[in-house]
Ligand binder design. Structure first.
Ligand SMILES: C[S@@+](CC[C@H](N)C(=O)[O-])C[C@H]1O[C@@H](n2cnc3c(N)ncnc32)[C@H](O)[C@@H]1O
Length: 332
């Protein structure tokens, strides 16, 4: 690795923080309809003129604004990903990262103790935290295109009922049901998450939302409600420890019809747990907030085999932009 790469990595927090604050202040929205000079931009969003000029210069340097003879305007990237009206708005995820930024200052505590630095409650305790978390999941998946990829590339033909377990905002389920008009979907999740999911699904597509059953379900302590043809788990196992995941996959096995399929989408790591890089770094976020981490294909396949599954397979999504894979297995 050369100096520049290392320096960029080690100082990455400065750029991240600047983008988060620019977004929170409404800097990009203020430029949505016309270019402005820094003084006018500062007045529009109620900030100090000299400071906004510096922040705007930094955004221009990072490619998120263009600056011509002092006039600041959006770039294609900021128009696509940083305006709330865009279908690929990544702001939900960026504002979630902003809210949890203080947790990263406590990474040393977590490394010393091995324990999360906040209650590992999956952001269920306070309504505004749940909404920010669940909207962040939706924002990330919409901006990157995971759900569309999954609906176009995972073969769900012949499947009549699918459970999206820990389905969060329902972003995936919605695309599955769009792609397969006869498919019936159930979104199984905790009650606070379901409240947010209901809002998101109705905002986005009321007709599809009407085909989705929202089911209050805690996978830690209950059997699945019915015999599903398929169970989809996206970004669920990484928040749990190994015994919980073992038990969860055993529940999935019992919840499927014979021949039914489980699909696990997550960062699926190499045996050394070092690749994909995004997953190795994300495991530190999981250390801060949960009892989980990203797991290797060997680990996931072992739990599946122990539960009784066969035909275990793994497909990596194209990278970039993706860094995850889908493990599939069939109930024997
Ligand atoms: C990281 S989010 C993933 C959301 C969605 N599957 C996705 O990939 O975008 C994890 C989800 O698991 C849900 N969850 C966490 N613990 C759960 C439990 N014990 N029972 C059911 N759902 C749970 C959370 O509410 C959240 O929706």
């Amino acid at each position: 690795m050369d100096f520049t790469k290392l320096a960029d990595l080690a100082g990455g927090h400065a750029g991240a923080r600047a983008i988060q604050v620019a977004l929170r202040l409404g800097l990009f929205e203020a430029l949505a309809h016309r270019p402005l000079e820094a003084d006018a931009l500062a007045r529009a969003i109620g900030c100090d003129a000299r400071a906004i000029a510096l922040l705007a210069n930094a955004m221009a340097a990072l490619g998120l604004l263009a600056k011509n003879a002092g006039a600041l305007s959006l770039t294609p990237a900021s128009r696509r990903f940083l305006l709330a009206a865009s279908p690929e708005y990544l702001g939900g995820m960026i504002l979630f990262d902003e809210a949890i930024f203080p947790l990263w200052t406590r990474l040393e505590d977590a490394i010393r103790t091995g324990r999360p630095v906040r209650a590992p409650d999956m952001f269920q305790s306070r309504r505004e935290e749940t909404a920010r978390f669940i909207r962040a999941m939706d924002s990330l998946v919409q901006a990157r295109g995971d759900a569309l990829w999954a609906a176009q590339n995972l073969d769900l033909s012949g499947i009549r009922t699918i459970a999206d377990l820990g389905g969060g905002p329902g972003t995936y389920l919605l695309e599955f049901l769009r792609r397969y008009p006869a498919l019936k979907g159930a979104l199984l999740d905790l009650p606070a998450t379901l409240e947010v999911a209901r809002e998101i699904l109705n905002e986005r597509d009321p007709a599809i939302a009407a085909r989705i059953e929202l089911v209050e379900y805690d996978y830690r302590n209950r059997e699945l409600p019915a015999g599903f043809d398929a169970i989809f788990l996206s970004n669920v196992i990484h928040s749990e420890d190994e015994p919980t995941n073992r038990a969860l996959l055993q529940r999935c096995y019992r919840g499927l019809v014979r021949g039914g399929m489980v699909l696990i989408k997550d960062h699926i790591m190499n045996a050394e747990l070092t690749e994909p890089a995004a997953g190795a770094v994300f495991s530190l976020y999981l250390l801060l907030t949960t009892a989980g981490r990203d797991y290797s294909f060997e680990e996931v396949a072992r739990w599946l085999r122990e539960a009784g599954f066969g035909a275990i397979d793994c497909q990596a999504l194209p990278s970039p932009p993706f860094s995850s894979s889908v493990v599939t297995a069939r109930k024997n």
